[in-house]
Ligand binder design. Structure first.
Ligand code: FMN
Length: 193
């Protein structure tokens, strides 16, 4: 009956909208949930920025980093070691030959705590270096956040709005309308003019 038609119309519209979005892979390495939560924030923001996200652990991407879409990586360190769901990925990237990841384009965001002085951000730095050595291309430089001071979710929101989405949108030649990135910029723009 009538209700069914309304639903199928909505599904068709959503499908049409989705087909214009660019695929985006978001990978996280997380024990206590911070990086996983940030990855889900990123997935939520993806659609309004023109991307269709797939979100999974770093370990589930071993041997299959895509070359047809950008890869966003969000990861932590534990006593200088990877999170449990990133350990296989970290060993794998260190074992790669030069140029074996050519065509892979990535953006890396590291979460760490400066209380671990000698291993502060060891894993995000190691992964960034290993991906680079294997020929993957950085779409923007490594970003490292300290979770011991300030709010990590506001730091991450600022990074998304100021670095991640402008860079991903630019790499796809997408128009960078300020409203579509964060939503809070419209007010700033009005004040500025
Ligand atoms: N941060 C670092 O930068 N280097 C470390 O070696 C490090 N070791 C840690 C060890 C333990 C037991 C804990 C609890 C935290 C450590 N951290 C270290 C901080 C975590 O990487 C940071 O809290 C991160 O946000 C955790 O991410 P997650 O919640 O996604 O697991």
């Amino acid at each position: 009956h009538g209700g069914g038609e309304v639903i199928s119309e909505k599904v068709t519209t959503e499908k049409a909208a989705e087909s214009t979005l660019h695929p985006l892979t978001i990978l996280y390495g997380s024990n206590m949930g911070t990086c996983e939560t940030l990855a889900s924030y990123c997935a939520n923001a993806a659609v309004r920025n023109g991307f269709k996200p797939s979100i999974m652990t770093l370990d589930s991407a071993v041997g299959k980093l895509p070359v047809d879409q950008p890869v966003v990586i969000i990861t932590a360190s534990y006593e200088g070691q990877p999170a449990d769901n990133a350990a296989n990925f970290v060993s794998w990237v260190q074992s790669l030959r030069e140029e074996s990841l050519s065509g892979v384009k990535f953006v890396l965001y590291g979460c760490g705590n400066r209380d671990w002085v000698s291993t502060f951000h060891r894993i995000p730095k190691l992964v960034d270096g290993a991906l680079g050595n294997a020929g993957a291309q950085r779409l923007t430089q490594l970003s490292l956040a300290d979770v011991s001071s300030g709010s990590i979710s506001s730091k991450f929101a600022e990074w998304q709005d100021c670095k991640l989405w402008p860079c991903l949108r630019e790499s796809f030649g997408l128009q960078s309308t300020k409203e579509s990135i964060g939503g809070n910029y419209l007010g700033l723009e009005l004040i500025a003019t």
